[in-house]
Design a protein around this ligand. Structure first.
Ligand code: MG
Length: 200
C-alpha cells in the first residue's frame, strides 16, 4: 500500500529518548534531547525500502512520528523507520563527525500514513521475517511530546509541516536484502520489503 504524504518541511529526529535503547547501544543518558536532522529527500513511503550500498549494517529504528501544524500543535501521527547505517555512524562517533551519511541517505526515512493525533499512549511494533524485533509503548519515552516540541521550538522554531521522529525503543537490529517487515502503529499495519542496492 502506498501512502499520500502531506507537505513535509524539516525532519527532526530525537536520539536516545528510551532508556532501554540507550543501554543496548552502551550510550550515556543525555541531559537534554539529542537532535539530528534528515534531508527531505530521504523520505520514502510504500512497500519497498532500498538500503545504501556503502553500509553493511543498516539498522531499523521504529519510531512514533509527529506532524506539526500551526502554532506548534500536533496535527498528525504515524509510524516511521529511522534507518541508520550503524557502521558509518560508529566511525562518525569515534571521529566526532556529523551523522548525516549514517542517517540521511535515500530511503533513510520510511513513513507510514499520517492520521489525526490523539493524546495518549501509542504502541509501536516491528517484526522481521515473522520475528518480533521491537514492541513497545510510547509512555516509556523520557520526554513528553510537549517537552520535545517546546525544546525544538525554543531553539529552531518549529513550522507547520515539520515532522519529529521521536526516537526508538529497544530492539534495534540489522536489515538485509530480502527481509520482510511488518510495521504497526496500534491497529495500522504496513508490510515492507528490503532491497540492498549494489554497485555505484
Ligand atoms: Mg532513531
Amino acid at each position: 500500500m502506498s501512502s499520500t504524504l502531506p507537505m513535509i518541511n524539516t525532519i527532526y529526529c530525537i536520539g536516545r529518548s528510551y532508556v532501554e535503547h540507550i543501554h543496548e547501544l552502551g550510550n550515556a543518558i543525555p541531559d537534554e534531547p539529542l537532535v539530528f536532522l534528515k534531508p527531505n529527500a530521504s523520505i520514502v513511503t510504500g512497500d519497498t525500502i532500498t538500503l545504501p550500498d556503502y553500509s553493511n549494517d543498516v539498522h531499523h529504528e521504529t519510531e512514533l512520528v509527529l506532524l506539526i501544524g500551526d502554532n506548534t500543535t500536533i496535527t498528525g501521527v504515524t509510524v516511521g523507520l529511522d534507518l541508520t547505517a550503524r557502521d558509518v555512524q560508529s566511525i562518525a562517533k569515534q571521529k566526532g563527525l556529523p551523522w548525516t551519511k549514517a542517517k540521511g541517505f535515500k530511503n533513510a526515512c520510511w513513513l507510514g500514513t499520517f492520521k489525526p493525533f490523539k493524546e495518549g499512549v501509542y504502541e509501536l511494533f516491528l517484526s522481521v521475517n515473522g520475528e518480533i524485533r521491537q514492541h513497545d509503548t510510547t509512555d516509556k519515552m523520557m520526554y513528553s511530546f510537549r517537552e520535545v516540541i517546546q525544546y525544538l521550538d525554543g531553539i529552531y522554531g518549529l513550522k507547520k509541516g515539520d515532522i519529529i521522529m521521536t526516537g526508538t525503543p529497544k530492539g534495534v537490529g540489522k536489515l538485509v536484502h530480502g527481509d520482510k517487515l511488518e510495521i504497526k502503529l496500534d491497529d495500522d499495519r504496513y508490510q515492507v520489503s528490503v532491497v540492498q542496492s549494489v554497485g555505484h
